[in-house]
Write a protein that binds this ligand. Structure first.
Ligand SMILES: Nc1ncnc2c1ncn2[C@@H]1O[C@H](COP(=O)(O)OP(=O)(O)OP(=O)(O)O)[C@@H](O)[C@H]1O
Ligand SMILES: [Mg+2]
Length: 261
C-alpha cells in the first residue's frame, strides 16, 4: 500500500526555515518545503546549490542548525550542544529514517548480497518482519520494477539501470511514508535511464509521496506536483511545473533552464 497506512491529514514532510552550514559556510539559507501525501516535490538547481544537502537534512543524515522538520505532524526533537544542535531521540531518528526511504545516485547496494537479499535485508533486520513474508513482497516488488529474473544475482552482475531499479525495490520494501531520490538517473546511460524514469513515473502515478532531486528536466516536468528551484541555498522560484517551466519568472531560473537543454 503506498505510503503506509498513516493518514493524519498533516503533511508527510514539512520543513520550516531550514539552515545548514558546513563550518562558516552556510549552504542552506532558510528553506521551507511541504510534501503532502501524494505530492512529488522536485528539487532542481545548479551543482552546489544545496539540493543533496537539503535532502539529507530531511532524513537526518545531515544535521541542520536551525529550522523545524516535521514528519507526519511530529517535530524532530533537538537538544543543544556546544557548536549547535543535535537530535535528541535516537528512536525517533531511526523511525523517521525508515519512514523516509532514500534512493541514491550510486545505488548503494550491498555487493555481497543477492538482489533479493538486498531488498529484504532491512525489513527483516530493522523492522523485524517475518522473512518468508518479506521475501514474497520483495519478489513482487522486483517484478513491479521489471527485474524479477535478477533476484538471485549479485549487484555486479546487473546493469546500472537494473541496479537502480533494485535499489528502488529495496526502498519500497520498507513501506515508507515518503521516498527521497537524489539524482537516481544521473549515473546511468540514456537507455537504462529510461527504464528507471519509467519506474519513477509509475510510483508518481500511484500517488506515492516523493522528494526528488534531478537534473532531468523532462522527468521533473512529467512527475512533479511542485517544483523548487534552489539557488545558492535559497528558493529562487517554486510552483507547479506548468508555471515554473511554462511561465518562468526568475532570470536565474531562465538561465538555468536554457543551460540544461
Ligand atoms: N560534507 C561537506 N562539507 C563541506 N561542504 C560541503 C559538504 N557537502 C556539501 N558541501 C558544500 O555544500 C554546497 C551544497 O552541496 P550539495 O552537495 O548539497 O549541492 P548539490 O546541489 O547537490 O550539487 P550537485 O548537483 O553537484 O549534486 C556545496 O558548496 C558543497 O561544496
Ligand atoms: Mg547533489
Amino acid at each position: 500500500m503506498p505510503d503506509g497506512n498513516k493518514d493524519t491529514g498533516n503533511p508527510v514532510i514539512q520543513l520550516r526555515d531550514i539552515h545548514k552550514a558546513y563550518g562558516d559556510i552556510e549552504v542552506i539559507k532558510g528553506v521551507d518545503l511541504t510534501a503532502h501525501r501524494g505530492d512529488v516535490v522536485v528539487l532542481i538547481g545548479s551543482s552546489g546549490s544545496g539540493k543533496s544537502t537539503l535532502l539529507r537534512c530531511i532524513n537526518l543524515l545531515e544535521t541542520s542548525q536551525a529550522g523545524e522538520i516535521t514528519i507526519h505532524g511530529e517535530d524532530v526533537s533537538w537538544k543543544n550542544k556546544a557548536g549547535g544542535r543535535v537530535t535528541s531521540d535516537p528512536d525517533q531518528v531511526r523511525r523517521f529514517r525508515t519512514e523516509l526511504s532514500m534512493v541514491f545516485q550510486q545505488f548503494n547496494l550491498w555487493a555481497h548480497l543477492t538482489i533479493l537479499e538486498n531488498v529484504i535485508e532491512a525489513p527483516v533486520t530493522v523492522l523485524g518482519k517475518n522473512r518468508d513474508e518479506v521475501e514474497e513482497s520483495g519478489r513482487a516488488l522486483l517484478s513491479k520494477v521489471g527485474i524479477a529474473d535478477q533476484a538471485d544475482k549479485y549487484p555486479s552482475q546487473l546493469s546500472g539501470g537494473q541496479q537502480q531499479r533494485a535499489a528502488i525495490a529495496r526502498a519500497l520494501c520498507m513501506e515508507p511514508q515518503a521516498m527521497l531520490f537524489d539524482e537516481p538517473t544521473s549515473a546511468l546511460d540514456p537507455e537504462t535511464e529510461a527504464e528507471v524514469v519509467q519506474v519513477i513515473q509509475t510510483l508518481a502515478a500511484e500517488g506515492r509521496t516523493m522528494v526528488l532531486v534531478t537534473h532531468d528536466m523532462k522527468m521533473a516536468r512529467d512527475v512533479a506536483s511542485h517544483v523548487i528551484f534552489l539557488h545558492q541555498g535559497k528558493i529562487e522560484e517554486e510552483g507547479p511545473p506548468s508555471e515554473v517551466f511554462g511561465n518562468t519568472k526568475s532570470e536565474r531560473l531562465k538561465q538555468f533552464l536554457s543551460s540544461t537543454h
